[in-house]
Design a protein. Structure first.
Length: 190
């Protein structure tokens, strides 16, 4: 019980003397609450200025940077698309250029082939003509040699006939023998 009495005495201390109120709302308390409210508001403004404004500015700068990066990325994407398009056009033109170069090379090769064949035919004609001329000259030379040989044989035969005063039969035998020595075909012209 003593404890209960002590509790009652402390709870009575909270009650204000003679007013019956738990705590007193007077003008001083209202002034203190108003002053504390203004102080909290000023503290909020001060803290906001010191802490929130820099964070807000940092966020704004970051947002501007992100927007700038997005704009740059879009611009880079457009440039990349343009470069890709130019690259594709160059590839097409390179393919067409390669085909053109190959067709020109083929045309030149055909012309060179025709020129080489014509030159070879011309050279073959000259060689054949030279060979025919050489054969004709060789034939004339052989004919001259055969004539010379026939003349020599006839001279030798005439010398033998003169030496031996022979009869007709002996001369015919000698002529046949001489002709056999030089051959039947050598003295005839072809």
């Amino acid at each position: 019980m003593t404890e209960l009495l002590t509790f009652r005495s402390t709870s009575n201390a909270v009650l204000l003397e003679g007013t019956g109120r738990i705590f007193g709302l007077d003008s001083q308390l209202l002034f203190d609450l108003l002053f504390q409210g203004i102080a909290v508001f000023l503290l909020f403004l001060f803290v906001g200025y010191l802490l929130i404004n820099p964070v807000r500015q940092m966020l704004e700068k970051r947002q501007e940077k992100v927007q700038s990066d997005l704009a740059n990325a879009a611009k880079d994407k457009e440039e990349a698309a343009l470069l890709k398009e130019q690259y594709d056009e160059k590839l097409k033109s390179v393919g067409e250029e390669a085909a053109l170069i190959l067709s020109e090379a083929h045309t030149k090769a055909v012309k060179n082939e025709a020129a080489i064949i014509a030159e070879a035919k011309e050279e073959a004609g000259r060689i054949r003509l030279n060979a025919e001329n050489d054969a004709r000259l060789e034939k004339l030379k052989v004919q001259d040699e055969v004539r010379t040989e026939i003349i020599n044989v006839a001279s030798a035969m005439a010398g033998k006939i003169v030496e031996e005063k022979m009869d007709q039969q002996k001369q015919n035998e000698l002529l046949d023998e001489t002709l056999k020595e030089i051959g039947d075909d050598t003295w005839r012209e072809k």
